[in-house]
Design a protein around this ligand. Structure first.
Ligand code: HEC
Ligand code: HEC
Length: 433
């Protein structure tokens, strides 16, 4: 069989799922909510509806509420130096030392230039990735190296555009990535798309830019994602200046960033749509707190994340932090009181608190085709994603020089850093990226 056929056909001895069951060919190899809902109506016996991904696999009648949001259950082993803890700090790690998270299905397009794979980068090669998918999603056995190579080869030929393909070809010919010019700079654009590119270059390129997405291009922005934590998990502030500023602890070689999307999902679980439409707010997600130890013997505690909220009112659900005796706010790495986390992100792979809720910075080529967005499908549309950036992300990266000073759009609640016109222009550019 060709790589394409192997991608589309279930291996013998599996639960009947092929790669294409979730990476749907007609939908740019993602799993859209619309596809799941339509398939349940027409063919509820499709292998996609295997109980392993049902909301409650042991329920008398399984529901697929998460799957209908495009989310798939992923089981991850906890690193040796981590435990799950409850609100009081008691260790509650299950005997098998695994956690479950609900993840969106990313496209396999452009995977020739986007290693490592998964939202948390836990797979280095497409072969490793494919074998893991057969084992976990299709309950199958060992696949031959030959077939894994063929599947990898097929995926490496799926591109979002000729531009992405050209980058891959240059890399394959040994051109160093820093010598490859962003092909987007040579696109033929309309006036509006051109204006959108300007917005992109200011607001998005610092993290998502570059010919491949292996490197965040603006290192000042990058470093702001890493803050020094006190032993209690709260951010250390430099109180010698007024107002106090967080002490940074850059990780120069770490390309996985926590820019706050998992925290916004937590807020959605507690406050529904208060912070704008949250596509996954209606489905319950795990509520974790994690203890990090200095090593795998789990004897010396490093830090608990998220830290127990210390708030102005004393309620753990208050969004306003308490202020310490030096005038610095008391909150954890998301800069807000946070009671629990729905997904530890990269930290579940490295056991490093700096990777708490950090995710791979994905490529934005072809982005208009792959809604919903983020690791947990928390934004239903690209416009929703742009709104979140305008209100809650861009203003907090000061060097971008995009403070939230513009009036809220549509009479909304939060000030904006991008105007409606800038958003429309950006949307026009993203549609052709
Ligand atoms: C049950 C649905 C399902 C099936 C079946 C499935 N995948 Fe996936 N795939 C996912 C999910 C969910 C993720 C993201 C997981 C994560 O990041 O934790 C993913 C991630 C990937 C990625 C990573 C893409 C990136 O840019 O990081 C690749 C490549 C991939 N799958 C290929 C395959 C192949 C090849 C097969 C068949 C052998 C397959 N998948 C079968 C759901 C599925
Ligand atoms: C400070 C770094 C940073 C900046 C600036 C940034 N992003 Fe992101 N972006 C990320 C990270 C990290 C993720 C992964 C988050 C996740 O999956 O939870 C992400 C994910 C996304 C996604 C989801 C992709 C998918 O396939 O689901 C979209 C869409 C997106 N960004 C658009 C934008 C746009 C548009 C801009 C400019 C307005 C922008 N980003 C600016 C870091 C950044």
């Amino acid at each position: 069989m060709s790589g394409e056929e192997l991608f589309e056909t279930a291996f013998p001895g599996t639960n009947g799922r092929s790669c294409a069951t979730c990476h749907v060919r007609e939908d740019h190899t993602v799993l859209t909510p619309a596809h799941v809902i339509a398939l349940e109506a027409t063919n509820p016996l499709d292998p996609l509806f295997n109980r392993i991904d049902a909301d409650d696999p042991d329920a008398a009648v399984p529901t697929y509420e998460h799957l209908k949001k495009g989310l798939v259950r992923v089981i991850l082993p906890l690193p040796e130096n981590m435990d799950l803890i409850d609100f009081e700090g008691n260790v509650v790690t299950p005997p098998d030392r695994t956690i479950e998270v609900w993840r969106a299905v990313p496209t396999v397009e452009d995977t020739a230039i986007t290693a490592p794979y998964q939202y948390d980068g836990r797979k280095a090669t497409l072969q490793e990735q494919a074998q893991a998918a057969v084992t976990s999603h299709s309950e199958g056995g060992t696949v031959s190296d030959r077939d894994l190579d063929k599947i990898a080869d097929f995926q490496e030929k799926q591109f979002t555009s000729q531009r992405a393909k050209k980058v891959a070809q240059k890399l394959a010919h040994g051109v160093p990535v820093e010598d490859i010019e962003r092909p987007e700079l040579k696109m033929k654009l309309t006036d509006q798309e051109e204006r959108g590119l300007e917005v992109y270059n200011i607001a998005c390129e610092p993290c998502h830019g570059g010919a491949t997405t292996l490197q965040v291009t603006n290192r000042t922005i990058h470093d702001l994602a890493f803050v020094e934590l006190k032993p209690d998990g709260n951010v250390l502030f430099d109180t010698s200046v007024t107002p106090p500023v967080p002490v940074l602890k850059p990780q120069p070689d770490n390309e996985f960033l926590n820019v706050g999307f998992a925290n916004l999902t937590y807020l959605g679980q507690i406050f529904g749509d208060l912070f704008g439409p949250r596509f996954n707010a209606s489905v319950p997600l795990p509520q974790y707190r994690y203890r990090f130890y200095t090593d795998g013997t789990r004897t010396v505690k490093q830090v608990d994340l998220p830290p127990v909220p210390q708030t102005a009112s004393g309620s753990p659900f208050d969004l306003f932090p308490a202020i310490d005796e030096n005038g610095a706010p008391i909150f954890g790495p998301n800069f807000l009181p946070q009671l629990f986390s729905t997904d530890p992100g990269r930290a579940a792979i490295t056991g490093d608190p700096a990777d708490y809720e950090a995710f791979d910075v994905p490529p934005l080529r072809g982005i208009a085709n792959t809604a919903p967005y983020f690791h947990d499908n928390s934004a239903e549309t690209l416009r929703d994603a742009v709104d979140l950036y305008s209100r809650f992300i861009l203003p907090f990266f000061a060097p971008l020089n995009l403070p939230a000073v513009l009036p809220p759009e549509n009479g909304g609640f939060f000030l904006e850093s991008l105007s409606p016109e800038q958003k429309d222009d950006l949307m026009a550019f993203l549609a052709v990226l």
